[in-house]
Ligand binder design. Structure first.
Ligand SMILES: [Zn+2]
Length: 470
């Protein structure tokens, strides 16, 4: 279908009301939304209130997971000079033994598979230092150079501790998790670019020793995914649109993923208030605990394992604050890709399908065999004429304390909301099933062909069962 009256109405409302942007201002004012913090509870209330105001009847699907609380962390160079560095623990990392640990640094560059392989035999009992960068040429799929894969390799090769250096300047440690729903095996801290550069400079002259102390606490915690539905005329078929609402504890997560939360809330409000009834039921899901390795989405997939074939498409919206055009990553599902390209043609918007990234909450659904389209930045023609400047090899402000409201551009949010709305309408109203649920064997083939099987084994992911039944 070409542009319809409904498309025009929603697009106009998104831009003219500027509501997504103003709701993001309010959401980020609540502070961090890390699991177990008051901000997490406040965000849940915020989301419930918004969905109710939109005329929907949200519920919380609770689950218990292993939460994590940061204690103190300190890192000092002990030789050849003595000097303190800035650090914070990575989420899920254990405490060091009392009195801390001492060790020699081994710098493995960007921690690509090749770099780990080259130094495999030197890793045992060393403290491994890697950057946060995932260079495109050397990391296929990009998850080969995800922090958790680097951590998994360091653990597997016998490292004593893991230092994760931000590849971007600004004295900002880049937070992140170590494992899914269980404690990491070795202590892990993240340090700013500048302090990583200090270590790299010292290493040029010879061995560098450090002392690391960290105290952290893992504890069971109950939270939940927030779910609301807009019924379709065919209640057996669902399009699920989701965004995670948690952030790291050092961040208000404006881009990651305040942008996704307010976009999904805006879609819920606009479609509910429009009064239209599309074919499929639209299920809005705001996921908890994504930042601890997609825990909330994994519990969602696990809980609904017997009904995953009702979900004709999962549309994930995460970290869309960057300038410029949007597209969707369909994670190796060719029929989902065809659908997205049809939408692009329909709305006269350029989209090409990127290589599968298997990032964030998408992965749990892909592993469950559910066709997935995850919104991503693209270099093509943007609605508002802005260029996407990100290389995609690093997180930018993401996972740092600088991921704040001021970093999000109104027009970037508007563009994302418009493209999400027009795509969602077409997914919900598509006359036939646009993509089919995959079997376990088909999912395995996708994982094997893309190299994700290796990644998952290093990550030891998933800890929560998200595989389709045979
Ligand atoms: Zn995110």
């Amino acid at each position: 279908m070409p542009i319809t009256e409904l498309d025009q109405r929603l697009t106009g409302q998104i831009v003219l009301s500027n509501r997504t942007y103003e709701r993001l201002r309010a959401l980020t004012a609540l502070g961090t939304r890390f699991p177990g913090t008051p901000g997490e509870r406040a965000a849940q209330r915020f989301i419930l209130d918004e969905l109710r105001a939109a005329g929907l009847d949200p519920t919380i699907e609770e689950f218990e997971h292993l939460a994590w609380e940061r204690g103190s962390a300190s890192l000092s160079v002990t030789a050849p000079v003595t000097r303190k560095l800035l650090c914070i623990s990575l989420a899920g990392a254990p405490s060091t033994p009392a009195g801390g640990i001492d060790g020699e640094i081994l710098y493995l560059g960007n921690g690509t598979p090749a770099e780990f392989d080259r130094h495999k035999d030197a890793i045992r009992d060393r403290i491994v230092l890697v950057t946060s960068l995932a260079p495109r040429q050397e990391c296929s799929p990009p998850r080969q150079c995800h922090r958790r894969t680097k951590y998994g390799r360091a653990v597997q090769y016998g490292a004593k501790a893991f230092l994760f250096m931000n590849s971007q300047p600004g004295m900002l440690p880049q937070a992140g998790s170590t494992r899914q729903n269980r404690e990491g095996e070795i202590p892990a801290v993240t340090i700013p670019f500048e302090d990583g550069e200090v270590l790299k400079s010292l290493l040029k002259a010879g061995p560098v020793s450090v002392h690391l102390e960290a105290t952290n606490r893992n504890y069971p915690h109950t939270t939940g995914n927030i779910v609301a539905e807009l019924p379709g005329t065919d209640p057996d078929h669902v399009v699920l649109v989701g965004a995670h609402y948690d952030s790291h504890d050092n961040a208000v997560g404006a881009i990651d993923n305040g942008t996704g939360v307010v976009t999904v809330l805006e879609l819920a409000r606009l479609l509910s208030e429009s009064g239209v009834r599309l074919r499929r039921t639209i299920r809005f899901v705001l996921f908890a605990v994504e930042e601890m390795a997609s825990v909330g989405s994994s519990f969602y997939v696990n809980r609904h394992r017997d009904h995953l074939d009702q979900i004709d498409l999962f549309m994930n919206i995460d970290g869309i604050g960057q300038q410029g055009a949007k597209t969707f990553d369909t994670q190796g599902f060719d029929d989902a890709a065809d659908f997205i390209l049809d939408v692009a043609k329909d709305i006269d918007y350029e989209m090409t399908i990127p290589n599968p990234a298997f990032s964030g909450d998408s992965l749990a659904f892909v592993m469950g065999g559910v066709p997935t389209a995850a919104m991503k930045g693209s270099k093509l023609r943007s609605l508002f004429g802005h260029q996407n400047l990100s290389t995609g090899e690093d997180r930018g402000w993401g996972h740092t304390s600088a991921d704040t409201f001021d970093k999000v551009e109104q027009h970037a949010l508007h563009e994302a909301a418009i493209i999400a709305a027009l795509t969602l309408i077409r997914a919900a109203d598509h006359p036939t099933r646009m993509a089919r649920t995959r079997t376990k064997a088909e999912v395995d083939a996708i994982l094997r062909e893309t190299g994700m099987d290796t990644v998952l084994s290093f990550m030891q992911w998933p800890s929560i069962d998200v595989r389709p039944k045979e």
